[in-house]
Design a protein around this ligand. Structure first.
Ligand code: F6R
Length: 601
C-alpha cells in the first residue's frame, strides 16, 4: 500500500539507490512511481505505471542530488496518473514530499490552502503536505521546523518524507504507517543513511535498522541521523540487526517470487520450529508466551491470515479452549463480548490497518493481545502485549504463500505451548516432518498438468471440512487473486445448501480429503453430489480414503497428522493456481488492484 524510500550519503549513486529500493518495494503498490533529488533545486521525475516505466522516463532526464526520496503508489485518492504520482511539490517547487497512508483531514486542509492562494496539481491527499511546509517556511521557520509544523496539522495515517531545495537533509515521520531507518555508518567517511516502508528497500546496503514509532520524527543527513518525539525531544533508539540475507529478496532463478516462495516453504517451516520444539520431551517453548494460559481466544485477521486464524481457532477448540476467528474489518463494527479472552491478531505484515484497529478496539476494552506476525518491529508487534514471530523470511509476491504455511505452523506451536492438549508428541513429530513432506510434494506434484487441463474453466470451487475448510477458502482466494478467474471455497457440507446450483461440467471442484475418518467419508458424499452433476473432480488426498474412485485427477500429499495435512494440501492448491495464472500470462507477483500490505481500512 505505497512504499516510500529515502537516502543520503550516496553522492552520485543516489538516484540508482532510490530506483533499486523502489523495485524492492514495488510489491506494496505499482500504479505509479517517482523520485525527487535535492541539490541546489529539488528535481522530480514521476510516472504512472511500474518502476520500469519510471526507469524509462529517467533515461531522457538528467537528475541529480546528494539526498533523495522516492515512492511507489497504490492509489487511494485519485487515479494512477502522472499528476497523481508522488513526489508532490509545493507552489514554488522547492519542497517535495512522498507519503504512504491516508490524510483524513486533507479536504479541509486543501480548502484552507486553496483559499490562501495555493495551486494544486493532483487529486491526492498528500499534496497538502508540501503546501503546508511552504506556508511554514514563509512564516520564517527553518526547514526542520517547517516540516514538523506541517506534520502536526495532519490527521490520519502517514509515513512521510520530505526533501527541500538546497538542503541535503531528509525529514521523515510516521503515524500508523510503517517506517524504518537503515544505518550504514561503520566505514568512516562513507556513511549513508536510508529510510523506507520496509527493510528490503535498503537491505543490499546495510543490515542495521531503527524502527520508528508513531509520533516520531527523524532527520537523515551526511552528518548522521536523529530521532525526536512529537515535542522535539531526542529519543534514544536501539539499532537492530536484521537476520536475513539480501539474496532472500531476489528471485534466485525462479520465474516469479511466488513460485520461489512456494518452494521456500520447507525452509520457512524449519525456521519457525527452530529451537522451539523438543520431540523427545514432547514440549514446545515459545518464549514468554508459555504462561499465557488462555481461557478463551478471539482471532482477528484479514484475507489469507483470516484463513490461518480459522485454522488456529479450530486447533484451540480441539484443545478445549473456546476460540473464534473474526474478520478484522467486521470486528470493531459489532465487537463480541471479550471477557478474559486473549485477542490474537494474525498478520504477516504486521501493518494491516483493519487488523490493527480491531486489536486497538480489543485493547480499549481491556483485552490482552498477542500478535502472530512475520515482521519484527512492525506496528502490531510493538502495540500488542506479546508477539509470536512466524519467521517465514521476507515474502515479496503479493499473494501470500509461505507465510500462510508458517502461520499454520506457528498456530500449532501456540496451541501446543499454551494448552494441555493431548497427543503433543504426535503433532510435534508431524510438524518436524513438514519440511520433508512439503519437499516431496514440490518434487513430484502433477499440479501443472491439472492446471493445464482446467485452465479454460469458467469457475473453480474448493471444498473441505474441519481443518481443511480454511484450506478450501485459501485455495479459492489464491485462484482468484492471481488468475482473475471466479473461484469460491466452501465448507464441504454447505455445498448442497445453495452453491451446488453453480456446479456444472465446466466448473472443476477441488475436494480436500485427508484421513479416512468420518469427516473424509462425509466429504466424499459431497464429492459424489458434484460428480452426479458432471463436474470434474480434483481430489487432494493422502490416499487413506477411496476418494480417488470419484475423482478425475488426484493431487497426492504424504500421510501425516490431520493438523499437518492442511499445510500439505495447501501446497498442492498453491501450485495449481500458480500454473493456471502462469499459463494465462497473469502478473503473478503483482496482481492487478492488489498490494502486499493494506494500510487503509
Ligand atoms: C492474500 C493476501 C491477503 C493478506 C491480507 C492480510 O494472498 O496476501 O489476503 O493475507 O491482506 O495481510 P496481513 O497478513 O499482512 O495482515
Amino acid at each position: 500500500m505505497c512504499g516510500i524510500i529515502g537516502c543520503v550519503g550516496r553522492e552520485d549513486e543516489t538516484l540508482d539507490v532510490l530506483v533499486h529500493g523502489l523495485s524492492k518495494l514495488e510489491y506494496r503498490g505499482y500504479d505509479s512511481a517517482g523520485v525527487a533529488l535535492s541539490g541546489e533545486r529539488v528535481d522530480v521525475c514521476k510516472k504512472s505505471g511500474k518502476i520500469e516505466d519510471l526507469r524509462e522516463a529517467l533515461e531522457s532526464r538528467s537528475i541529480g542530488g546528494a539526498a533523495g526520496i522516492g515512492h511507489t503508489r497504490w492509489s487511494t485518492h485519485g487515479p494512477p496518473t502522472d499528476a497523481n504520482a508522488h513526489p508532490h511539490l509545493d507552489c514554488s517547487g522547492d519542497v517535495a514530499v512522498v507519503h504512504n497512508g491516508i490524510i483524513e483531514n486533507y479536504q479541509s486542509l486543501r480548502d484552507e490552502l486553496v483559499a490562501a492562494g495555493h495551486t494544486f496539481k493532483s487529486d491526492t491527499d498528500t499534496e497538502v503536505v508540501p503546501h503546508l511546509v511552504e506556508d511554514a517556511l514563509a512564516d520564517g521557520l527553518d526547514n526542520e521546523a517547517a516540516v514538523r509544523e506541517a506534520i502536526s496539522r495532519l490527521e490520519g495515517s502517514y509515513a512521510v518524507a520530505a526533501a527541500v531545495s538546497g538542503d541535503d537533509t531528509i525529514y521523515t515521520a510516521r503515524n500508523d504507517s510503517p517506517l524504518v531507518l537503515g544505518i550504514d555508518d561503520e566505514a568512516e567517511g562513507q556513511e549513508a543513511y536510508y529510510l523506507a516502508s520496509d527493510v528490503p528497500a535498503f537491505r543490499d546496503f546495510t543490515d542495521r535498522v531503527v524502527y520508528l514509532a508513531d509520533g516520531e520524527f527523524a532527520t537523515l543527513s551526511a552528518e548522521g541521523w536523529t530521532v525526536t518525539d512529537e515535542d522535539g525531544d531526542p529519543v534514544d533508539k536501539d539499532v537492530d540487526t536484521v537476520d536475513w540475507d539480501p539474496e532472500e529478496t531476489g528471485k534466485s532463478g525462479y520465474d516469479h517470487f511466488m513460485l520461489k516462495e512456494i518452494h521456500e516453504q520447507p525452509r520457512a517451516i524449519r525456521q519457525c520450529l527452530r529451537g522451539r520444539v523438543d520431540e523427545m520431551a514432547a514440549t514446545v517453548d515459545i518464549g514468554d508466551l508459555g504462561d499465557l494460559s488462555p481461557t478463551g481466544v478471539q482471532f482477528v485477521a484479514c484475507g489469507t491470515s483470516y484463513h490461518a486464524a480459522l485454522y488456529g481457532a479450530q486447533l484451540l477448540r480441539n484443545a478445549g479452549i473456546p476460540a473464534q476467528a473474526f474478520l478484522a474489518s467486521e470486528y470493531a463494527t459489532s465487537p463480541p463480548p471479550i471477557g478474559d479472552a486473549l485477542v490474537v491478531g494474525v498478520t504477516q505484515s504486521g501493518e494491516t490497518a483493519d487488523t490493527l484497529s480491531a486489536l486497538r478496539e480489543a485493547r480499549k476494552r481491556g483485552a490482552r493481545t498477542l500478535a502472530v506476525t512475520n515482521t519484527v518491529g512492525s506496528t502490531v508487534a510493538r502495540e500488542c502485549d506479546h508477539a509470536l514471530y512466524i519467521r517465514a523470511g521476507p515474502e515479496i509476491g503479493v499473494a501470500a504463500s509461505k507465510t500462510f504455511a508458517s502461520q499454520l505452523a506457528a498456530l500449532n506451536l501456540f496451541t501446543l505451548g499454551t494448552t494441555r492438549v493431548e497427543g503433543k508428541r504426535d503433532v510435534i513429530g508431524a510438524l518436524r516432518d513438514l519440511p520433508s513432506d512439503i519437499q516431496a510434494i514440490l518434487d513430484d506434484s502433477n499440479a501443472e498438468a491439472v492446471a493445464d487441463t482446467y485452465v479454460d474453466s469458467d469457475a473453480y470451487f474448493f471444498i473441505g471440512r474441519g481443518l481443511q475448510y480454511p484450506v478450501a477458502l485459501e485455495g479459492a482466494l489464491k485462484m482468484k487473486e492471481i488468475t482473475y478467474k471466479h473461484a469460491e471455497g466452501f465448507a464441504a457440507g454447505e455445498l448442497k445448501h445453495g452453491p451446488l446450483a453453480l456446479v456444472t461440467e465446466d466448473t472443476p471442484v477441488f475436494a480436500v480429503v485427508t484421513g479416512d475418518g468420518e469427516m473424509a467419508r462425509k466429504t466424499i458424499g459431497n464429492v459424489k453430489e458434484v460428480e452426479a452433476r458432471d463436474a470434474p473432480v480434483v481430489a487432494v488426498t493422502d490416499g487413506q480414503s477411496d476418494v480417488e474412485r470419484y475423482a478425475d485427477h488426484v493431487l497426492e500429499v504424504p500421510e501425516t497428522h490431520p493438523q499437518a495435512a492442511a499445510v500439505l494440501a495447501n501446497v498442492q492448491l498453491q501450485l495449481v493456481s500458480y500454473y493456471v495464472a502462469d499459463e494465462l500470462g497473469r502478473s503473478i507477483d503483482k496482481p492487478r488492484n492488489l498490494a502486499k500490505s493494506v494500510t487503509v481500512e
